[in-house]
Design a protein around this ligand. Sequence first.
Ligand SMILES: Cc1ncc(COP(=O)(O)O)c(C=O)c1O
Length: 483
Amino acid sequence: MPPSPARPLSPSSLPSKLERDYAAFLVANPTYAETNAIDEVRATEFRRLDDQHLVYLDYTGGGLYPVSVIADHAAFLTTHVLGNPHSVNPASALSGSLIERCRAHILSFFNASADEYAVVFTANASHALKLVGEAYPFEPGDQLLLTFDNHNSVNGIREFDRAHGATTTYVPVEPPDLRVDGSGLERLLDELPRTAPGGHHLFAYPAQSNFSGVQHPLEWIAAAQGRGWDVLLDAAAFVPTNRLNLSRVHPDYVALSFYKMFGYPTGIGCLIAKRDALQKLHRPWFSGGTITVASVQSDRHFLAEGAAAFEDGTLDYSNIPAVDAGLTFLEQVGLDLVHERVRCLTGWLLDTLSSLRHPDGARLVTIFGPLSTDERGATIAFSVHDATGTVLSHAAIETSAAQAGIALRTGCFCNPGAGEVALGLPPGELDRCLASGDRMTKDDFGQCLDGGESPGAVRVSLGLASTFADAQAFVTFLRRFLA
Ligand SMILES: Cc1ncc(COP(=O)(O)O)c(C=O)c1O
């Protein structure tokens, strides 16, 4: 925990570097003090981080679970009998009612009206995205529009689009901020040829980049819908520290994973979909749980209504109550407080990383993406350079960070489009390297591109339990790379 700013310093000792930095940080970020309650949450719910001297900076990879949610959930499981839902027996009825309670809680958490939206439980955000991709009624003449900045679980939808003879178009992000030019996007939304009469056109983008932290405008949702597009919003990296208000913006489909919000359970996400947008989807198969009636002899099946048609097999009914509890936990801590806290810490990290200089004045760090906290979240990707400007191996930095007890991530984070632009990989070179062979390892790819490791960046990300001390420990670690 950062030291309390009110703590008196011993007159005989100078304040430690941490204390001086923290005091200066508080002066520059007066709203941070309003989030002090989270220091208490860190000390109680996430104490294991400090007990193990672990500096956790991978919240975009996965959030952390609070101990009380796990303890309460374990106590609940050991004192209740839960059965496979869809029966009136008491064990089954309890599971069923807890599932419906959690669905209602998800809608209220995101301010979504139950008349407008339905919640489909999925294994994770990728599964939610795939449900849309595989069932979206693409036909020749239809369009799938994607931002370069997308997770591979969104990029993969282009394979469904291609299989149905529709067209995929990418709208680029521009360096150095890695944002999309809004007028270029609007032009594409207006002008992309959409030949099929009554065709279906899908625009998919992330509310927040898992590479650069850029928050793409939510205003694009209405702008695209007004031009006849359906909108799939990948909210996986956005919702852990930002409020998504589905009474203000109305995407057709929203995908997210709950472990990114509160760490546990790891196997549950959801698709929040407009009810009419769900009806537009054509499921490519049926399974247990998704039909009202199916017959072998008459070769017919009838899909269930709404969310049930998309939930294959048995839901994770013993863990869904923990999602409910995780949402309650976030509500009690206050998502706005978490948001403000990580915003302040992100600003400090952006400024401090940018200011680190080798003795000859050369930069230690190049940040990929916006350098201010405006319309960006708490994910920062960057490269580290030696005094000659040569980029240091991201894999080596990950290894040294791990040895120093710092959890961060390196690579392209399953977001090749943002990575290719950030790292300046020329399209011709990518075509050349990716043209040959049926299989390619990351090492082969790196060797082909520049004879080195596969291209990548270093990424740190903040979340629910982050403190100033975490951010400061990371900067102290990075100073090791100064000449
Ligand atoms: C923006 C974004 N979309 C989608 C995903 C995929 O999430 P999951 O692996 O939980 O399916 C991630 C995971 O990091 C992500 O950051």
